[in-house]
Design a protein. Structure first.
Lengths: 325, 339, 310
């Protein structure tokens, strides 16, 4: 359904023209997304995981056209989105929606809930039908139609996220980008929202791109997972397989780092180092300074994503050479 | 004075709790009335122990920590209860006396390492300043201690880094600096409020391990406030679960995780997605935590509780022993006909 | 039926809300609010409560000139605050003068607000070259004193219009001159807010729904700028009234036949040392009280809308 090919997004973070001239520095580019390709099938939940600066949120925004790609393409249902214009583009855009991380910032505080949810329906339905539709949507996400008369500040974080979901669903989209939809919520509420998203997927046959840093949530939600590190995909694998048998050293590290209830008081082998500054990424494989298996080749050459027989794709010289399982 | 207290403790021969909080109650007067943020908070903390405090946002966990270090934001104030640190009631101390206690006896680590460091001072300046305020050392000795602290919290090349400003450190390194600052006067108690929330997963693990190691080596007691049960599971000795301003359950971390008794704790544990399980649907607690101005009568959890009985809507349940060292505030465990 | 209920409901919400509460928490704010309201009402109903029409030459009698205030020797109840050199009753002149001052203030601030908010919104939301051009113009404008710009515009208007026509349009020239010298403050603030709001998730959500850029600016971003804009408008109001008084004092404002507060002060200053102090003191005091209470209101609004102080 979604096909992302060699997508790149570079941000110019250099100073003004004058400052560059005075300091005799060139342009500084941050490669937020660098040569990323993947496919999302209809009806599946595809997840992007990674730490801050991995470019996972940027990919979501690129697909929806909220940012402009430097290079590469996004196909939606066979149509290349950046080639579409005007009404054709609008028609495709209406089939895709987004749920944001911060339910406090994604609802205009000055609007009543019914107007917020009805906004995508403006101009398509007469007022009475619109209000009826809003009532139905609110019920669908577990609120009551009477809640439509209230303002966002009268709701808790979880309820606001329900409102956001109702608004996203109003235009009857087929594809939803969910950017950290539960990371601002409390655990008990997180479970409610995740369950709701699952139910809605079953009911409408939705396709999700799920973006998160929380491995446990991703495990619970996804069919397939792409692990990202500094703008590149390190590994793509079916969810169960990634958790049972991760190939890339970074995937292994991420899994080991998740604090778990099972590990009461256990001592863990802690991974050294932090995610490097994306302005000055390491050469070769970006993970090599933190990788226990890095060799000279890893420092020099960027590894390519290579498909394996078990259905996963891994970008690691060690795995490719058979040094690592 | 302090020495006298200490020798008295030793003479009794029994390990006294480092911190005893008794019936603590914090209120916020506002123009529509008085909001009670936390109430009936009672617990003991042994020297060197790590106590985890969990709860959803608004449960009052940060408020409890702030009340102990005397950093309640006005108009919030302690209206009832005692906070006994080695027998001295902190709740009755003046702001000035509290300032002397903070930093020397109690250290603090906050969520955002960037805003808890002054961007205009070097890391060394801040450390030396803090050490000189609380310890009777010369400037040179303080400098040496600052270097020791930096290498102890795992900052590479401390001689070089001591002259750097906070913005020159990465997020994880900054949090290490904050920990060094909190520990540099050798406090007996550290209050860590969401110390890993702003950090990446891999760095989070490093900071947890660092906190554990330092607590063990220095015998520092830690109150670890977080919403992340996983962090508590790996770090804490005991855990205290808060809901709507009250403690609902307290006990050893292993017992709380494997055998929670209060229905809220049971639901909370079930709602956490686990890597090990393949369940299709998460178990969820219906509804949301009430706001401070709308806490229901009786047990605050009763509208969401699947095991609600008639008494729950009438009286606030007391803390009852439900297992060894484990207390829960729930009417299911009160003797029938007791209340 | 439903309408009255709704009005009652919104009134209740207003007096029960934070805004009214914050207003009642400071005595100074309440006093300045009260004074402003009284002066607004007095200016509005000037024809009803004045003793003569000071703008009507036929109503003036030169024989009454230089009458001192009522409590002084030779004072008369016909002219409670005395008269000026034309025999104009100062009490009535102040009422009509503040009416003129307030009108010019309101009109010029409205002009500055419409201009500044529109440009700021567009500059902040669109960014890029549009932003650069608008903000450079603002920078250049900011490097000229407001009074100089006003003098310039007034000078151009005088040169273009024949002298007798100028008197008819002078009020509008003043509005234009003062308005144009004030828009930059609005534009800068609104630009800042709109740059922040443009990246908020609710604006992204609106973009995803396919709402056009003008509509997003109007429906989503504009309402968020209203608080700060109200603050600037109030403070600009004080500045605008003073600017008008200054221009009139310098002789490029409203003519002496229809004096504003500034014109009255200019007339009065000729007689300040010859013993007729009241001609300058009373209009001056009225001006000070008006501007001071408007500014105090502005200060309170600024504090009210500043999240750091709440």
């Amino acid at each position: 359904m979604i096909q992302v090919e060699n997508l790149k997004c570079h941000f110019d973070v250099s100073g003004s023209w004058l400052a560059r001239l005075i300091n005799r520095t060139g342009r500084i580019l941050v490669k937020a997304v660098d040569d990323v390709s993947f496919t999302i099938h209809k009806g599946e939940i595809f997840s992007l995981v990674g730490e801050s600066g991995s470019g996972k949120s940027t990919i979501g925004r690129l697909i929806l056209g909220l940012e402009n790609a430097t290079a590469g393409s996004v196909h939606f249902d066979g149509q290349r989105l950046d080639r579409l214009k005007g009404a054709g583009l609008l028609a495709q855009r209406r089939r895709m929606q987004m749920i944001f991380q911060d339910p406090y910032a994604s609802l205009n505080p000055r609007w009543r809930v019914k107007n917020l949810v009805a906004e995508p329906l403006r101009g398509t339905l007469p007022k009475a039908e619109r209000l009826e539709a809003v009532g139905g949507l609110l019920q669908q996400v577990g609120l009551s139609p009477a809640d439509g008369d209230k303002y966002p500040h009268e709701f808790s974080g979880g309820q606001r996220q329900r409102i956001c979901i109702a608004r996203a669903l109003a235009g009857k989209p087929e594809f939803l980008v969910c950017d950290e939809p539960t990371s601002a919520l409390d655990v008990s509420v997180q479970a409610q929202i995740l369950n709701l998203m699952r139910d809605l997927q079953d009911e409408y046959g939705l396709t999700y791109l799920f973006i998160s840093h929380d491995m446990a949530v991703v495990k619970h939600m996804s069919d397939r997972i792409a692990v990202m590190y500094l703008g590149r995909i390190a590994e793509i694998a079916p969810a169960d397989q990634l958790f049972e048998n991760p190939h890339h050293p970074y995937s292994k590290m991420l899994l080991a780092a998740v604090p778990s209830l099972e590990g009461v008081g256990k001592e863990r082998t802690v991974i050294q180092g932090e995610v490097p500054n994306p302005v000055h990424p390491p050469t070769g494989c970006a993970f090599h300074p933190r990788c226990p298996h890095a060799n000279e080749r890893c420092k020099a050459e960027v590894p390519r994503l290579i498909a394996r027989s078990d259905g996963s794709e891994v970008a690691c010289h060690g795995v490719e050479e058979g040094r690592l399982p | 004075m302090e020495g006298a207290e200490r020798s008295q403790e030793e003479s009794t021969g029994q390990v006294q709790p480092l911190l005893s909080v008794r019936d603590l109650m914090v209120q916020f007067p506002n123009r529509r009335g008085v909001l009670t943020a936390i109430q009936d908070i009672s617990f003991d903390l042994m020297p060197g122990e790590i106590l985890g405090v969990v709860g959803e946002s608004g449960a009052g966990k940060s408020m409890t920590g702030n009340a102990i270090i005397g950093l309640l934001e006005p108009p919030g104030r302690i209206v009832k209860g005692e906070i006994l640190l080695e027998g001295k009631n902190l709740a009755a101390l003046s702001q000035q006396a509290m300032r002397r206690i903070r930093g020397r006896d109690i250290g603090a680590i906050f969520q955002d390492p960037l805003t808890s460091l002054n961007p205009l001072y070097t890391v060394g300046d801040m450390l030396v300043e803090t050490i000189l305020t609380h310890l009777p050392l010369s400037r040179a000795e303080a400098q040496t201690r600052a270097l020791d602290m930096l290498s102890e919290v795992g900052i590479p090349a401390p001689h070089e880094r001591i002259g750097h400003y906070p913005h020159q450190f990465s997020g994880g390194m900054r949090q290490r600096v904050v920990i060094a600052l909190a520990l540099c006067a050798n406090p007996k108690l550290v209050i860590a409020d969401e110390p890993t929330t702003a950090l990446d997963v891999s760095v989070q693990a490093q900071i947890i391990n660092l906190l554990k190691r330092l607590s063990k080596e220095h015998g520092t007691a830690v109150i670890l406030i977080t919403h992340d049960m996983g962090v508590i599971a790996e770090t804490a000795d005991r855990v205290c679960v808060m809901y709507a301003g009250r403690i609902v359950e307290i006990g050893p971390v292993r017992q709380i995780i494997s055998a929670p008794r209060h229905p809220y704790t049971v639901g909370l544990m079930a709602a956490i997605p686990k890597i090990g399980s393949g369940a299709d649907k998460l178990i969820q607690i219906e509804g949301v935590m009430p706001r401070l101005d709308g806490i229901p009568a009786g047990c605050a959890f009763n509208p969401r509780c699947p095991q609600k009985i008639e008494a729950c809507t009438r009286t606030v349940p007391p803390m009852i022993a439900v297992a060894e060292n484990q207390l829960a505030a729930c009417h299911l465990f009160t003797k029938p006909g007791g209340a | 039926m439903e309408v009255t209920e709704r009005i009652r409901d919104s009134l209740h919400r207003f007096f029960d809300g934070d805004f009214w509460y914050s207003f009642t928490q400071s005595k100074i704010t309440m006093i300045s609010g009260g004074v402003t309201a009284v002066m607004l009402l007095a200016a509005f109903f000037a024809p009803l409560i004045s003793l003569q029409n000071p703008f009507d030459p036929a109503a003036l009698n030169l024989m009454d000139a230089f009458t001192p205030p009522v409590w002084a020797e030779n004072g008369s109840w016909a002219f409670p605050l005395g008269t000026d050199n034309q025999g104009r009753d100062l009490y009535s002149a102040i009422l009509y003068g503040s009416r003129l001052s307030l009108f010019i203030g309101f009109a010029s601030v409205s002009l500055a607000m419409i201009l500044g908010v529109t440009l700021g919104l567009v500059a902040g939301y669109l960014g890029g070259i549009v932003d650069v051009v608008i903000m450079r113009v603002a920078d250049v404008q900011l490097s000229f004193p407001a009074i100089l710009i006003a003098l310039l515009i007034d000078g151009v208007a005088r040169a273009l219009l024949p002298n007798n026509r100028h008197e008819d349009v002078v009020v509008y020239v003043l509005v234009l001159a003062i308005g144009l010298s004030q828009w930059v403050n609005f534009a800068r603030t609104v630009r800042g807010i709109s740059m922040v709001e443009r990246n908020k998730e609710y604006v992204l959500a609106a973009r995803l729904i396919g709402i056009s850029r003008p509509l997003i600016m109007l429906r989503h971003i504009l309402p968020n700028t209203m608080g700060p804009v109200l603050v600037i408008a109030t403070i600009s109001m004080g500045v605008a009234i003073l600017l008008e008084a200054t221009l009139s004092f310098l002789g490029v404002g409203v003519p002496p036949t229809e004096p504003s507060l500034g014109t009255l002060i200019r007339i009065g200053q000729d007689f300040l040392f010859s013993g007729e102090w009241w001609i300058v003191i009373f209009p001056g005091a009225a001006l000070v009280i008006l501007v001071l209470s408007v500014n105090l209101l502005g200060d309170w609004l600024r504090d009210y809308f500043n999240p750091k102080l709440r």
